[in-house]
Write a protein that binds this ligand. Structure first.
Ligand code: HEC
Length: 144
């Protein structure tokens, strides 16, 4: 009888354990989705235009392309307040956005948008670029 009791106990505990584990995995997926929507909402609710009056003429023209092409699915503020700042980050993201169904962003637009985002990041996010570049350098050293 004691053996049966023990076996039952072990089975119960492992079932409970498995159940807890499954639940926590589900929770963390929900948490991640929530975090992501909160993050996007924070970007969307930030400043919604850039003062480009001191930017070179060419960049001012490219800004118009960004405003036209990149606001079809979300606000411009999502881009303006984004934490992307490095050329590589913008390259990857402009590509990703261009590939979204119905984006209507041609290659010639993508190039201008990319150039603007890189230039604008250099103006407004110089500190962020420094931090990111330093972090990337550290990573590279650690990998050696
Ligand atoms: C066809 C719809 C669509 C267009 C057009 C579009 N986006 Fe997006 N964008 C999305 C969606 C959906 C998300 C959120 C999911 C994701 O990141 O893929 C997003 C998210 C973003 C984010 C936030 C990424 C993050 O997670 O922090 C940035 C930055 C961004 N877009 C930039 C751009 C730029 C720059 C353009 C213009 C080249 C653009 N988007 C055009 C649909 C679009």
């Amino acid at each position: 009888m004691r053996l049966l009791y023990r076996i039952t106990l072990v089975l119960l505990i492992s079932a409970l354990g498995a159940n807890l584990f499954a639940d926590s995995e589900e929770d963390s997926a929900t948490d991640e989705a929530l975090q992501d929507s909160l993050r996007l909402a924070a970007l969307d609710n930030g400043i919604d235009s850039i003062d480009v009056s001191n930017y070179p003429e060419e960049m001012q023209q490219y800004y118009e392309v960004v405003k036209e092409k990149c606001t079809q699915c979300h606000k411009l503020s999502r881009i303006i307040n984004s934490e992307f700042a490095l050329p590589g980050e913008w390259k990857r993201y402009v590509k990703r956005m261009r590939r979204k169904p119905g984006s209507k962003i041609k290659k010639k637009h993508a190039k201008k948008i990319y150039k603007f985002l890189v230039y604008d990041s250099e103006q407004r996010k110089a500190d962020l670029i420094k931090i990111k570049t330093a972090a990337a350098g550290k990573d590279a050293k650690q990998k050696k």
